[in-house]
Ligand binder design. Sequence first.
Ligand code: ADP
Ligand code: ZN
Ligand code: ZN
Length: 768
Amino acid sequence: MAQIPIFSEDIPLFAEVILPLPGGVYTYAVGEELRKKIGRGSLVTVPLGPSKIYTGLVRGFVRERPHYGNIRPVFTVHEGFPVIGDAMLRLWSWVADYYMCSEGEVMRTAIPAALKPSGLTDLEIGQKSYRPSTVVSVGLGEGACEPGRLNEAFEKLSARAPGMYKALAALVEALGSDDPFGKEVPRERVDAGADVLGRLEKRGYIVRREKELLPGEGPRDEIFPVSLLPRLSEPQAAALEGIREAFQTKDTVLLHGVTGSGKTEIYIRLIAEQLAAGKDVLYLLPEIAMTSQTVSRLKKFFGRDVVTYHSSYPVRRKTENFIRAATSRGGTLVVGVRSAVFLPGQRLGMLVIDEEHDPSYKNHESAPRYNARDTAIVLAGMTGAKTLMGSATPSLESYANALAGKYGYIYLAERYGGSPMPRIVVSDTTKAVKRGERRSHFNKLTIDSISAVLERGRQAILFQNRRGFSPYIECPGCGWTASCPHCNVTLTYHKSEGSLRCHYCGHGESMPPFCPACGTKGVETRGFGTEKIEEELAALFPGARIERLDRDTATSEVRFGGIVRSFERGRTDILVGTQMITKGFDFEGVSFVGVLNADNLLAYPDFRASERAFQLLTQVAGRAGRRQEQGLVVIQTSQPQHPVIVRAAAGDYTAMARAQLTERREFFYPPFCRIIDIYLHHPDRQAVTAAAAALAGELRRVFGRRVNGPQPPPVDRVRGRYIERIMLKIERESSLGKARKLLAGKIEELQKDEKFRRVKIYCDPDPI
Ligand code: ADP
Ligand code: ZN
Ligand code: ZN
């Protein structure tokens, strides 16, 4: 924990407290009785408004009474809660500054809800505040505390109480049959019900002890002798050496290793070294989709030293894991998605950013709009830790940094165990139609390949980046399509529910039997999503066991895990899915991967479209043939000559990267400039257009031609609000801090105008 300063009692003292609100920082008086307990990074409860109480975090202290009105006192200091360390506070303030939001908004993301009850009354705070959970350990009791008594106990129980007998035997085994006396093991290691253990305890054969689970005190009964660590192949060992060497001179290293090259095993070796040296390690993953497989691989080696973190965890688990991670002083491996960047231990030695190219590291939906990869690198800089980023398809930003010598760069060109890279075949959809070689949404090559795979008892993955049955419906009579009343998008048809749904706001309605515009009967579905593919597959391969992995089926971590496990264990033959299935999975049985429509990957109106399409195609292809036999990948497209398709099929990352970097330099896009997108929202189109025009005009006066737009984004109305966007492109050499300040000033000025006060404006730095 951070040092708690001792404040002299006769000088007034005021605490600057971050509250989880857009407003940010508020000042409170610190009473004498609290001065010994309070420090920078303490959690405190404070009043706000006439009756509400908030939990906030002390950012610092001032001696001068602030000039404004009535200063209220800090109510209580949460002792026993982790003090947020100095590096973390500096990181918060960097995030707030760089991503243009308040420290309160950073706090909202950085700390689990249970630790910061908001807007409650005094009484509720008492009820809601977090109580740490406990662990139970079990050992032998008085009645079995030496060999003679233990034998007696077994004899008695064997005749009359087989249940208890079994439980006692299980305990003895867990304790170590040679010498089970005077020891304890965690409750979970004893395979017996609570009721049986209760009865054993009553008779004095066992004792149970309950302890609060304190930081770094999770029962550690698993260790990782180096002999148990994965033995690396020669190329892996060379890569590991290369990384070590690069770390001598660089703080950040990019490990570019083809899919299936065994990057995880290399991470594991480096993590083990750090933990053994008493350091903490933070391991970031892009999405829940990947955590299950990777976490179980990591747990195999690091057992209980692994703390996992995901924003969708139940409150209690999240809070517990937060406290364990944030208070660790060495020896803890924190594994988590985006927001886990805010909870590494206090002795951070290394950060691993797996699949660093993944767009889900960036939060674009609400403040703070941070990129966890970039934030992690900044954190490493603040703490002196090293950063290792890994990917089979590095982001162009990271790749450019590697080319420039800013990052160390290690390339791992072959798969582990000599597995061949998959063979990738591009299948022309237009030609297939002309030749009569297309059935529903499958080219003949795809169908034949699936048949062959099924016949050999192997598995197939089919990728379509749209969920639902069909992305829109259309009247064959008049061309009417169903669109969302709140957003400017078509409604997606979900057949199993018989409903039309908006993927932007969640609006739902039922499928109309007649066209609401002209009355024609039988509105038709157009295009196809994963649900339709699943249905068509069932008709084409009636014997096959088919499952679907997308946001509609993987509604929880448990459901998600179920689908993945069933495929892993070979209980499913074909897995259909969206981007979810492209990420980092290692399935042994997959021999075939089909991409059903690469065209819509190429069609995004975004400067990153080509990079993204290449990454997605390469990643999904990389799921095929991860063991001895070579996998086959078929990419269905009507643009077989498109450079991205050609390069993805050839597995030529370098060619893609070179071409894209040239284009980005020419048209002045990242990594050759930095972008800040400015969004304006309002229910009234006129208001938002006028505000955007006014702001762009003002910005041009300072930024000149760096201002692009305003222009509405492709979906220009969401949840009843019209959207305009202004793009600011700033040279890498010029001061971004100054630009942010100027920009924030212009926005503030604009919002003073009565006409524009209600237009919501926010900035999205480094958009993805
Ligand atoms: P990547 O993440 O680079 O795509 P993985 O880490 O998933 O590759 O590795 C591919 C497969 O090879 C996994 O099943 C992994 O367990 C196995 N593997 C990789 N390295 C080793 C090793 N040194 N010893 C044993 N198995 C390994
Ligand atoms: Zn019609
Ligand atoms: Zn909608």
